[in-house]
Design a protein around this ligand. Structure first.
Ligand code: ZN
Length: 506
């Protein structure tokens, strides 16, 4: 199919224009943008779209989401990361989710993404107790059925749980320690074998599906796993996605486990490189930032999740000044509780204004738009294909109606996109040259039927999960103490909006 969009306002996010809007036509053929210019000929074109009063921009990238958590949308509040994880990622008693439920769970994330302008996702897929290939196949199938661009991980943890949290030996009761130690984590060899199979089955398929390696975090994986995963990423030209320094506990973890920061540890073992994308990067030191910049590593900023978990404020301007590429993510669907990137753009733009009175340090709307589009694509290592509107790139784009409340009265298009738009002005969403959303309707799947099917599973699922929450709440007293102790630890940096004061001594 071919399309010509005539006379639109274009925000291309390419090298020449950045976020500066201009008027023009866009010619699309097969899966790619053929040409952008003025007065392009409609000869031989399948469908001409009147672009007058419309804005065309690249599809957004959600560069860090966990579809696993979609089952817990709206379930939790007022918990820091480690206490929330006990409920959302239960250590004890988890049973594998059947592939059909994995499919439906992924679908509700993908459907919301597409309808709100996210055409490309990096879904870091964690399964409890561990991922198998049938579950991974179900996630790929969901995004494939939607017609979305997706980068899906094999999320891996291979250290016993009690070894991933500092001071757990001191605070965890013996009976819980024994239960935790009974679980045998996957070996590096087993993970590499599974990942190789995943690459052959899912990587670089349909022109829009890719597999990603994702060790959970430096403290949650053995060093040989961290290095083997990086070698695998190099071998198959894949992204390497990892959580680093999200919480204050994690900042203390580096010192307790390695006598250095977690970034320093990654650098020393050779796992910090241009493929490394760091989700969060909140509790990084100036030395960490220099190492990340030297390595060419990228960051995904999860501005809403970080606020909901009270994790801290990422040093936005320091990372930008170091030349580090920053993309945007929602993070999991129970710490945000939606994958919408329009929301994250606004939250990120605001969060870093309130964190300093030195107002020029705040993000500009243009910077935020870059983070939500081309820079997000870079963190998934597919910026050569998507993230901007340029001849030769894949046709992943949004057509927005500029006659809506969100754009009236119209002043600066960039500011409207970051501060006024919430996805409701979207008229068409195109991925890989195919229109997959039109007038708020998904064209490839039956949304109502899928939601109905998922609702049918909920009574049983929620009953089982409530039992897991009760079982795993046994860890909570120990984790409360560890959280307080770590928050009071003086590391010489503070990423909370104010220091914890004497709260931790209470
Ligand atoms: Zn995450």
């Amino acid at each position: 199919m071919s399309y010509l969009i005539k006379g639109a306002t274009i925000v291309a996010m390419d090298g020449a224009h950045g976020a500066e809007p201009f008027s023009g036509d866009i010619l699309i053929g097969d899966d790619r943008i053929k040409e952008i210019g003025e007065n392009l000929s409609a000869a031989g074109v399948g469908e001409t779209i009147d672009g007058r009063g419309k804005l065309v921009m690249p599809g957004l990238t959600n560069a860090h989401v966990h579809s696993w958590e979609a089952m817990f949308k709206g379930r939790y509040d007022n918990l820091p990361l480690e206490l929330w994880m006990l409920l959302c990622y239960p250590i004890l008693g988890a049973v594998p989710l059947p592939p059909r439920l994995v499919y439906l769970r992924t679908m509700i994330v993908g459907m919301e993404c597409l309808k709100t302008g996210v055409t490309n996702v990096l879904d870091d897929v964690l399964e409890m107790p561990t991922q198998d290939l049938d579950q991974l196949a179900a996630t790929f199938q969901a995004y494939d059925d939607l017609g979305m661009r997706a980068n899906l991980s094999g999320h891996i943890i291979n250290r016993p749980f009690s070894e991933t949290i500092p001071f757990s030996d001191e605070y965890l009761p013996e009976d819980l320690k024994a239960k935790v130690s009974a679980a045998v984590p996957p070996t590096t060899e087993a993970f590499v074998e599974l990942a190789e199979e995943a690459v052959s089955r899912f990587h670089n398929k349909k022109g829009r599906l890719r597999y990603v390696v994702a060790p959970s975090g430096p403290q949650r994986c053995t060093d040989d796993m961290l290095v083997a995963a990086y070698e695998l990423a190099d071998k198959h030209d894949m992204a390497y996605h990892i959580h680093i320094l999200e919480s204050k506990i994690q900042a203390v973890t580096g010192h307790e486990f390695y006598g250095k920061t977690l970034i320093g540890h990654m650098n020393d073992i050779g796992a910090l490189g241009p493929r490394t994308t760091i989700a969060h990067s909140i509790w990084v030191t100036d030395e960490d930032i220099a190492m990340m910049a030297d390595a060419g590593s990228t960051v995904v900023h999860n501005a809403i999740s970080n606020q909901k978990l009270g994790a801290g404020i990422m040093p936005y301007r320091k990372l930008m000044d170091a030349g580090i590429t920053i993309g945007l993510g929602s993070d999991g669907i129970s710490t945000n509780d939606t994958p919408r990137i329009f929301d994250v753009m606004k939250a990120a733009a605001l969060l870093h204004k309130v964190s300093t009175p030195d107002y020029p340090q705040g993000p500009t709307a243009s910077e935020i738009l870059r983070a939500g589009t081309i820079n997000g694509a870079r963190t998934a290592m597919i910026d050569g294909d998507t993230g901007s509107l340029e001849a030769g790139k894949k046709a992943d784009l949004l057509i927005l109606n500029m006659k809506t409340l969100n754009f009236t009265p119209l002043n600066d298009v960039r500011n409207h996109l970051v501060y006024c738009e919430n996805g409701t002005s979207i008229e068409k969403v195109m991925v890989n040259g195919e229109i997959v959303v039109e007038d708020n309707r998904l064209k490839r799947v039956d949304e109502a039927a899928l939601l109905e099917e998922l609702r049918g599973h909920l009574p049983e699922f929620q009953k089982q999960h409530a039992q897991l929450e009760a079982l795993n709440s046994a860890f909570r007293p120990a984790f409360e103490q560890i959280h307080k102790r770590c928050c009071g630890h003086d590391l010489g940096i503070n990423r909370f909006s104010r220091p914890p004061g004497d709260w931790y001594q209470a």
